[in-house]
Write a protein that binds this ligand. Sequence first.
Ligand code: GLV
Ligand code: MN
Ligand code: MN
Length: 439
Amino acid sequence: MNVELLAPDHERLWSDLHDLARLSEPDSEGWTRRVFSEPYRAARHWVRSRMRDAGLEVSVDPAGNIVGRLPGRHGGAPLVTGSHTDTVQGGGRFDGIVGVLGGIEVARRLRETGTRLDHDLLVVDFLGEESNPYSGSCLGSQAATGVLTAENLDRVDAAGNRLGDVATAFGLDPDGMLTPTWATRPLHGYLELHIEQGPTLEQRGIGIGIVTAIVGIERFLATFVGRSDHAGTRRMDDRRDALVAAARTVLTVEREGCAAPGDAVATCGDLRVEPGAENVVPGRTRLAAEFRSEDQVWLSGVRRRIVEEIARESAENGVEVLIDWTVDNPVVPTNPSVQNLTSAAADELGLSWMAMPSGAGHDAAHLAARCPAGMIFVPSRDGRSHCPEEWTDSDQIATGVHLLAAGLARMDQEATVDNDFGPTGEETGSLLTGTTAER
Ligand code: GLV
Ligand code: MN
Ligand code: MN
């Protein structure tokens, strides 16, 4: 196969990116398209019609993922690519989106050049990859691979809305989300294109990252319960200030991150104060925090340590604390054969590349439990991401999409991609069975 032919159409790709960017919250900073929002619904309509225009057979699987299928010569276990189109609040135009639009462009180029893969190619827009207000993330890839639980669906946001109910209102079927559609069927392999979201590629002047592992993530939600009081009359030595206890936790989390080995990081990203007035001693606070590292031993250690530290410090302020661990994602290595096939494809295209870990979480981490999975990174300007300034040049994206096509073509040609933990057995049906009622 002549992979040069599969080079993407830059202008078409760039104009898709701008069309999708327009489907964002009009009154928010940057580009905001949170899961289950109206702009997200509109974007999913747009993605489906783009997939149809590309000649893909489109459906929504029981997990709520949009799946576009390009039939292969022999069918069987499909080859999968994709990412997500939801964003963080005040996010950018590239995170996740490049992988979905890139997958659609690969399918278009395959059809336009009359190139037929042996395996079916599935291009997937996974439901709600970003962190959501229900203490979760990667909803679609977790649901499809059987990791999402009924307990996850029972989680509520700060206003008390239950995830399962919000999914129903969006037109999805929560029972379907608990059906591990992709867990029981063999997948030939998964390759995801994404922006790096950090500065390494740009700083080194390298165009492509071949991802070796995806960081482990531990998240908790801490509820501090103190006592509300009059801020003018309650003496300083007689307070049970829930915000002071939470503030100490913010510093403790930061201290752990700074003292950690390697590139581990620790962040407190959300803090709610009740009742929330300058003349009331805070009676209750809710703090969301996370730790990330490639070092599983450190992650397990900090998880144990932090609970004791927070409890001790809060007790000094007369505050009770309840810690709820909401995310426990282990470090996920990508598949060595997929890394090798993708880096060989980069060599064939004459691209500069380096092997690197991912500090961000991705749908690929969940797919990796089901099939040989890998990722390709393209540079992020100034390493900025999860902010409006997020940027990747159009030629850098096009290079990544070309490599995505070449990497998938190589994976297609492997009889089986070596995998120690992938599924075995007969394929029992189509991934496309069972569609949801999403409007
Ligand atoms: C997703 O972008 C994450 O890493 O949180
Ligand atoms: Mn992403
Ligand atoms: Mn993201």
